[in-house]
Design a protein around this ligand. Structure first.
Ligand code: ZN
Ligand code: ZN
Length: 377
């Protein structure tokens, strides 16, 4: 990641900028979970439009679309400020909009009276940055943000001229957007960490008896990550909070379980080689509940398997004898949710006689039961 002090030219000399890398970067400033389908569709459409324009050499149009992605990231940051600093943001809006203030809150600009990221689009783009003053935006950076809008306006006029025609210039421009987006999000860092610690410590958030979702992972995902539009960058700040910081709080054990859920969410999100069956967090979560693992994590339903005659990947464990052994065919891995033993496809074989799973023995292809029965007969 580039530090703020780098000029674009230096950064280019260090590592050649790639369009996909830049695009992935700006997505790290956008929410991981969208509160409704239309928001996700909007972002997906913007990404597709940017990519299509870029791949066809239409840099000037890709630039305008990238600007929209940037503004979307800014609007989400403002939405988060409305959660963290509600009163101050409302005051800021009041001074900025004056007699248009009530227009901002009317039904067509909100979702059932609640703000959403698009609520901020009603405000002139150059002016909307002023709201970042609530979290400490200074004049120099405000000027830089306004310049982005000015530049975009130059490119957006239908004056019959294509001004942005080189790949290099375009990549410089979008890396500049990424740097600015990171700087905007960073204004929230301290406040968001404090907000998280406060929220997670509230009884109706942590107490499984009264909170919205009894499952800790579900609670974290729905009631925090989704509710407050957390981005990957922000999750990365929060996951670094030490568990010991919650030691002295009421409900410390429950709070730590929830914090582990957030850490786990981040790991799952960022690790390309993530495999649930090999993850100890998941293994513990479904201890003695192999069926739950298969249904929730692998998305295989016992009912559907029965209906269509497919094999439900649950077996008797050759180690402990419990019916808690799960087979993940895609990754060639077995895990027993009773005794925690792991096997690969090389470790196990099917009994020639009854078809049950047994430890592989190249000299003897019958399971213990079948061997005994044959001896008896
Ligand atoms: Zn076992
Ligand atoms: Zn057998």
């Amino acid at each position: 990641m580039k530090s703020d002090g780098h000029t674009t030219i230096n950064a280019k000399a260090e590592e050649p900028l790639d369009f996909s890398v830049a695009l992935d970067k700006i997505l790290e400033y956008l929410p991981q979970e969208y509160s409704d389908k239309t928001e996700k569709q909007y972002i997906d459409a913007l990404i597709l439009a940017t990519r299509t324009s870029y791949e066809n050499g239409l840099y000037q149009f890709a630039y305008i679309q990238y600007h929209m992605l940037f503004m979307t990231a800014v609007y989400y940051a403002l939405l988060q400020i409305s959660f963290v600093h509600k009163k101050e943001l409302e005051k800021g809006l009041y001074y900025l909009l004056k007699d248009r203030y009530s227009e901002f809150w009317k039904e067509s600009n909100t979702k059932k009276g609640e703000l959403y990221f698009g609520s901020f689009a009603i405000i002139n783009e150059s002016d909307v940055f002023m709201l970042l003053r609530v979290v400490g935006l200074e004049n120099d950076f405000l000027g830089e943000l306004k310049d982005l809008v000015k530049q975009r306006n130059n490119y957006a006029h239908a004056n019959g001229q294509l001004l942005l025609t080189s790949d290099d210039l375009f990549l410089d421009a979008i890396s500049n957007y990424n740097e600015k987006a990171e700087k905007v999000i960073n204004f929230l860092k301290t406040d968001l960490i404090a907000f998280y610690k406060k929220s997670i410590g509230e009884k109706d958030f942590y107490d499984p008896e009264i909170r919205a979702c009894s499952d800790a992972d579900e609670q974290m995902e729905q009631e925090f990550i989704k509710k407050y539009s957390l981005s990957q960058t922000e999750l990365n700040w929060l996951r670094k909070i030490q568990l010991s910081e919650f030691d002295d709080m009421n409900g410390a054990e429950e709070i730590k379980t929830l914090h582990c859920a957030l850490i786990h969410y981040y790991i799952e999100l960022t690790r390309d080689d993530y495999i649930p069956i090999a993850d100890t967090y998941i293994q513990n979560k479904y201890h003695e509940n192999a069926v739950g693992f298969i249904e929730n994590e692998m998305g295989i339903s016992a009912y559907e398997c029965g209906k269509y005659g497919a094999e439900f990947p649950l077996y008797e464990c050759p180690e402990c004898g419990e019916e808690q052994l799960v087979f993940d065919q895609e990754n060639g891995k077995y895990h027993c949710f009773a005794c925690d033993e792991d096997f690969t496809t090389e470790d196990l074989a099917r009994c020639d006689r009854c078809g049950c799973l047994m430890k592989r023995d190249d000299d003897w292809q019958l399971c213990g039961n079948c061997t005994e029965e044959i001896k008896r007969d």
